[in-house]
Design a protein around this ligand. Structure first.
Ligand code: NAP
Length: 279
């Protein structure tokens, strides 16, 4: 089977490496000749080109560009495709993308691999990025079943766990576990940098270890991706942020009032719930 990948960055490049390792033929499309050269040298793709016309013989195409470029890319590739070609995207937000792209192409299927690193671009591409990770597919009532089946088969080749849900449900769920943590983690970094005493800040920096590293990790990732999450999942992200602010205020109140019993109860609940939630 011939797979097309548009956008040879972290996700597109990693997808190329793993799909080739599964024996599939991968045609990569980049905007830059230099990226094509690197992709070929690193064995990320079988063929690489800056011309979208190269996609004409592919059966399934993964659009791996930033969210804002997904719809324009679908518009641009359509003239080169036969009607049976499946277009799948990997954007971190689903509702706006699916709403725009589905009316344009019958065989369009939204998807979101829940895997990544803080790096970007082709140099960040790595093997086994998707192994053991969740991969959400978001068909609509009009998506052909065959289209979902074929993309799910590819996802299983990556050894990812397939989840199927509507784009709305996806966006609300990821707001809690992916988009809210990015904003909370970024605000933690910012809050810490507000320390005006340089000596304290320097000592804090020297003492910072795994706790700060873990809690600040997602806030220190690709800023472009964070902005896209906020822009395209604005309503759900705001909803979760307002709830988070309430919980933060509740914690502040317990500490201001020295209400250690209540604070202990909140922290004990969190400890129990976290174990259950992540099990
Ligand atoms: P990335 O490393 O920056 O790769 C995106 C690639 O898209 C770039 O390397 C570039 O490839 C191409 N591109 C950039 N701007 C473009 C434009 N204006 N028009 C067309 N192509 C453009 O980003 P990524 O992390 O792989 O993210 C790609 C997609 O995956 C995003 O939609 C994101 O929401 C989603 N995603 C990301 C993560 C994550 O943790 N990073 C996880 C799951 C899903 P060329 O230079 O080859 O053209």
């Amino acid at each position: 089977m011939k797979i097309g990948i548009v956008g040879l960055g972290l996700i597109g490049g990693s997808l190329g490496i793993d799909l080739r390792a599964c024996g599939l033929e991968v045609i990569g499309i980049s905007r830059h000749q230099e990226t094509c050269k690197i992709a070929l040298e690193r064995g990320i793709v079988d063929e690489a080109s800056v011309h979208l016309s190269q996609l004409s013989t592919t059966e399934i195409i993964f659009i791996c560009t930033p969210i804002a470029a997904i719809f324009p890319t679908v518009q641009k590739i359509i003239p080169y495709l036969s009607f049976e070609t499946i277009i799948a995207d990997v954007g971190s937000v689903k509702k706006p993308i699916v709403e725009e792209c589905s009316p344009l192409w019958k065989n369009f299927l939204g998807g979101h691999p829940m895997a990544g690193t803080a790096d970007q671009g082709i140099d960040a591409a790595q093997k086994d990025l998707f192994k053991g990770a969740s991969y959400v597919l978001t068909p609509t009532e009009n998506t052909p079943l065959e289209c979902v089946k074929k993309v799910a088969e590819i996802v299983q080749l990556l050894k990812s766990n397939v989840y199927i849900c509507s784009p709305d449900v996806h966006d609300r769920a990821v707001a809690w576990i992916s988009h809210l943590p990015v904003m909370v983690s970024a605000s933690l970094i910012q809050a810490c940098m507000n320390e005006t005493n340089l000596e304290i800040l320097q000592l804090a920096q020297q003492l910072a270890s795994s706790g700060f590293r873990d809690t600040s990790r997602v806030g220190g990732g690709n800023p472009e991706l964070g902005v896209m999450m906020a822009r395209y999942n604005r309503q759900e992200l705001l909803r979760s942020l307002f709830q988070y602010r309430q919980n933060l205020d509740q914690l502040i109140e317990q500490i201001e009032q020295e209400n250690w019993d209540n604070l202990s109860k909140i922290l004990s609940d969190s400890q129990k719930v976290r174990t259950r939630f992540l099990s």
